[in-house]
Design a binder for this molecule. Structure first.
Ligand code: NAD
Ligand code: UDP
Length: 320
C-alpha cells in the first residue's frame, strides 16, 4: 500500500517542493492550501499526477480528509514579515487553530505529524549561534509577535499532544530558506534584492546592514525535513545552513551575481528585526546525519536564473 501524506501550505514555496519530494518517494500526496500567500502555479505540474490531489481549504476551519493518512506536514502559514504584518490575525489563527485542527486530524488518523516551526521562536537572540535549548527573546506584543508567538504556541500544543495523547510528532525549527518558487513580492530579502536588480533599481538595505542571516538552499532544507519526519525524534531540531553573512555583504554579493550597475540605499530597520541569526545544527548532524551541501554561490545562481525566467508582467507586478 502506498503511504498517504497530507501537506498543508502545498501551493507555497516550501510546501510545493515537499509535494515534489514525496511524489518522487512514491507517496500519495494530498496538498491543501487556501492560496492566501501561495500560488497554484507552484504545483500545477502535479495536477495530472495519479498520486496527487489538491484540496482548496482554510486549515483554521475543521479539516476533513477522507481515507487513511500516514503522515501530515503542517506548512500552512504566511512566512514573510511583509505577509504576516498584512494578515496578522490569519497568521495567529493558522499557527494556533490550524495546528490544533491538524493535531486532531493526526490523532484521529493515527498519523505522524511534522510541524514547520521557525528560527523566529528565538526572537532577537541574545545567544549566538542559536541551539535548540535556547528559550528565545521574543517581544510578545511587537508587530512580529503575531508570527513568533503563533509558532511558539504551535510548538507547545504539539508537545502537549505528544505527551498527553502519545501522538508521534516532529518539530522543525526552520532557518531562512530560499530557492525557486519564492514569490518575488513577498518582501523577504532574497526575492526583494533580486527583484530590484532585475527591475534596475537600487538595492534597499534595512538599518546599517550589519544584521546577519544564514541562508539555506531549498533542496538541503527538504532533505533535512524528510530525514526528520522519518526519524524517531520528537524534540525540536534546527534545520538551516550555518553560513552566516551580514545583509550589507549579501547585497554586494547580489550586485556581483546580477552584474547590475546600481547602488545600495539604506532604509529604516523594521521593529524587532533580529540583529543576528545563525543555526547551531549539531543536533541535526547527530540525529539525522544531515548537513547542508549547497554553497550560497551555487544556490543563488539557481535562484537568480529562476527569477530571470519570469515574465515582464510578473516583474512589474512585484514592485511595491
Ligand atoms: P509561503 O507563503 O510560500 O507558503 C505558505 C503557504 O501556506 C501558502 O501557499 C499559503 O497560501 C498557505 N496558507 C496560509 N494560511 C493558510 C490557511 N489558513 N489554510 C491553508 N493554507 C494556508 O511560505 P513558505 O516560505 O513556503 O513557508 C512555509 C512554512 O515554513 C510556514 O509555516 C513558515 O512559517 C515555515 N518557515 C519557512 C521559512 C522559510 O525561510 N521559507 C523559515 C521558517 C519557517
Ligand atoms: N532586508 C533588507 N532589505 C530588504 C528586505 C529585507 O535589508 O529589502 C533585511 C531585513 O531587515 C532582515 C533581513 O534582510 O534583517 C532578512 O529579512 P527577511 O524578510 O528575508 O527575513 P527575516 O529573517 O527577517 O524573517
Amino acid at each position: 500500500m502506498k503511504k498517504r501524506i497530507l501537506i498543508t501550505g502545498a501551493a507555497g514555496f516550501l510546501g510545493s517542493h515537499l509535494c515534489d519530494r514525496f511524489i518522487k518517494e512514491g507517496f500519495f500526496v494530498i496538498g491543501m492550501d487556501n492560496l492566501i500567500t501561495g500560488d497554484l502555479k507552484n504545483i500545477e505540474h502535479l495536477f495530472k499526477h495519479p498520486n496527487f490531489e489538491f484540496h482548496h481549504h482554510d486549515v483554521t476551519t475543521f479539516v476533513y480528509v477522507p481515507g487513511s493518512l500516514d503522515y501530515i506536514l503542517h506548512f500552512a502559514s504566511p512566512a514573510s514579515p511583509i505577509d504576516y504584518l498584512k494578515i496578522p490575525i490569519q497568521t495567529l489563527k493558522v499557527g494556533s487553530l490550524g495546528t490544533h485542527n491538524l493535531l486532531g486530524l493526526a490523532k484521529e488518523k493515527n498519523a505522524r505529524i511534522l510541524i514547520a516551526s521557525t528560527s523566529e521562536v528565538y526572537g532577537d537572540p541574545e545567544v549566538h549561534p542559536q541551539s535548540e535549548d535556547y528559550y528565545g527573546n521574543v517581544n510578545t506584543i511587537g508587530p512580529r509577535g503575531v508570527y513568533d508567538e503563533a509558532k511558539r504556541f504551535q510548538e507547545s500544543i504539539t508537545m502537549a499532544y505528544h505527551r498527553f495523547h502519545g501522538l508521534e510528532t516532529r518539530i522543525a525549527r526552520i532557518f531562512n530558506t530560499y530557492g525557486p518558487r519564492m514569490r518575488l513580492n513577498d518582501g523577504r530579502v532574497i526575492p526583494a534584492f533580486i527583484g530590484q536588480a532585475l527591475r534596475g533599481e537600487d538595492l534597499t538595505v534595512f538599518g546599517d546592514g550589519k544584521q546577519t542571516r544564514s541562508f539555506c538552499f531549498v533542496d538541503d532544507q527538504v532533505e533535512g525535513l524528510f530525514r526528520l519526519l522519518m526519524s524517531d525524534y520528537s524534540d525540536p531540531v534546527n534545520i538551516g545552513n550555518p553560513d552566516e553573512i551580514t545583509i550589507l555583504d549579501f547585497a554586494e554579493e547580489i550586485i556581483n551575481l546580477t552584474g547590475i550597475n546600481k547602488k545600495i540605499i539604506f532604509k529604516p530597520l523594521p521593529q524587532d528585526d533580529p540583529l543576528q541569526r545563525q543555526p547551531d545544527i549539531s543536533r541535526a548532524r547527530e540525529i539525522l546525519g544531515w548537513e547542508p551541501k549547497v554553497y550560497r554561490k551555487e544556490g543563488m545562481k539557481i535562484t537568480y536564473n529562476y527569477f530571470k525566467g519570469l515574465t515582464k508582467e510578473e516583474l512589474e507586478k512585484s514592485e511595491h
